[in-house]
Design a protein around this ligand. Structure first.
Ligand code: HEM
Length: 228
């Protein structure tokens, strides 16, 4: 009955797409976290890092468009999977939810659509704020090795000198941790890389990964607020 085109949007296909894009986004988040560690080193290190990215020119634009596409695909496929699951209760999810500690598992998995939606709004706001300077700071420049470059360090520090932004970012990073807590092992399972025997290990690895990413990001605004 179903046509090949319809098969692409089967529930397995949508889960696969959510998993693949989720894994790719996790790769971006780790890279972004590592790059942002330059904030702890200081203005020259951070501006040098962002300037090196901007030197990529057209390649950076292609990467940014690809990244935007990944976020969009991930959101759309995840919403479609969530819609399917809320229409017809997934047997698989019921089995997973009854393993290990049931209440925690249910809280993280059931809040994916909420944490994901908040994160999507955050990413749009965040890119507008730092990449495009919609709240100001687009014209900040400094001299690095005798060359005039964008002073993103100043923009980031000024942003986090405002306690309201610190609260917003810390709150969002806690939600990011919650999203990754479930998303980590779920993504591996969706792409078929999770042997049932390894599931307990994947739960623990997911918890460690989620905490490391959330804490890594949320100490940045707090550190800059207190010490920069
Ligand atoms: C305290 C935490 C964070 C800080 C200080 C921070 C800082 C920045 C800065 C300064 C930029 C602009 C880079 C440039 O123009 O070269 C940027 C871009 C971006 N950030 Fe973050 N970020 C943080 C957390 C996050 C998180 C958690 C996500 C995703 C969930 C994220 C996603 C992005 C994206 C998608 C871009 C655009 C990349 C590009 O256009 O090259 N950021 N961030």
């Amino acid at each position: 009955m179903s046509t090949p085109r319809f098969q692409l949007w089967s529930s397995v296909g949508k889960k696969l797409l959510t998993g693949i894009t989720g894994l790719a986004l996790m790769g971006f988040i780790v890279t972004h976290l590592v790059g942002n560690l330059n904030l702890f080193v200081g203005s020259e290190a951070f501006n040098g890092y962002t300037e090196a990215l901007h030197q990529l020119g057209g390649l950076l634009v292609v990467a940014e468009l690809g990244l935007a596409g990944l976020f969009l695909l991930h959101a759309v496929s995840a919403i479609l999977v969530w819609r399917d699951n809320s229409g017809a209760r997934s047997v698989q999810n019921t089995v997973v939810a009854s393993k290990g500690s049931p209440s925690k598992q249910t809280v993280f998995s059931q809040s994916m659509i909420v944490t994901g939606s908040v994160l999507l709004v955050f990413v749009v706001l965040h890119v507008a704020q730092f990449r495009f300077g919609i709240f100001g700071g687009l014209d900040y420049t400094t001299t690095l090795d005798g060359k005039e470059v964008r002073d993103l360090y100043r923009l980031v520090v000024e942003t986090f000198k405002n306690p309201a932004w610190v609260v917003v970012y810390v709150g969002v990073m806690v939600l990011l941790g919650g999203h990754l807590r479930h998303g980590f092992w779920s993504a591996f399972q969706s792409v078929g890389l999770l042997d049932p025997m390894l599931r307990p290990l994947a739960y623990s690895a997911g918890a460690v990964f989620a905490v490391a990413i959330a804490v890594g990001f949320l100490v940045m605004p707090i550190y800059l607020f207190l010490f920069a």
